[in-house]
Ligand binder design. Structure first.
Ligand SMILES: [Zn+2]
Length: 207
């Protein structure tokens, strides 16, 4: 997911004493890969379940973190670097300023209890729909279950902007972009914004 705040608060990372939930990746291990964009088939279908929890998966996660940081993203799904596997990574603040960092393999979004369906209609962006931002109403709470890179069960929950990120990244792995959840008119507007902008990071050209 693209950081909707980056243009308004370019110095936000320099605020001191930020609380971090999760483990920061060792970015020296990964390599940045170009980002797939709207129209690439790998973004528009459900990708494969991970069954091998090995060094290759760990290396993929390292590359995903580095690719996400290179593109100034706050979340990245494996199909956004062209890999047909259900994994996403995130380094994303919530609305209380807590920084959440981690990965989820084979994520499944939990059904929300009826009392937790408050909607938040903040702007949303996606590295695979470069330079476009549109408001999208989503539940302001989300919980995802899945596995870590070693195959251990994990559950990650979040509120606010981080809840948006968890939903956005899980959607990717089932073949949905956030623009697929917009009205026809807003979707068209997002694609127009994309066609008029130039991404600040390397992308995979569509044929
Ligand atoms: Zn995205």
């Amino acid at each position: 997911m693209a950081d909707e705040h980056e243009h308004d608060h370019p110095e936000q990372d320099e605020t001191a004493e930020q609380q971090v939930v999760g483990e920061l990746p060792d970015v020296s291990k990964g390599t940045a890969r170009p980002i797939t964009v709207f129209g690439n088939p790998v973004l528009h279908r459900e990708v494969a379940t991970v069954t091998a929890f090995d060094g290759e998966l760990a290396a993929l996660i390292d590359d995903m973190f580095v690719s996400m940081y290179a593109a100034d993203g706050v979340g990245l799904a494996a199909n956004q670097i062209g890999v047909d596997l259900k994994v996403f990574v995130y380094d994303c603040p919530d609305d209380e300023g807590v920084r959440h960092v981690g990965h989820v393999v084979n994520p499944v979004l939990e059904e929300l209890p009826a009392g937790r369906r408050a909607l938040d209609d903040s702007p949303e962006g996606c590295l695979s729909v470069p330079t476009a931002y549109m408001e999208l109403a989503r539940p302001d709470f989300a919980a995802v279950t899945g596995q870590d890179k070693d195959g251990n069960p994990v559950r990650v929950e979040g509120t606010g902007f981080f809840a948006r990120c968890l939903q956005h990244e899980t959607d990717h792995l089932y073949g949905y972009l956030y623009i697929d959840r917009l009205s026809k008119r807003d979707r068209k507007d997002a694609l127009r914004q994309m066609s008029e902008g130039t991404p600040k990071y390397a992308t995979v050209p569509n044929d």
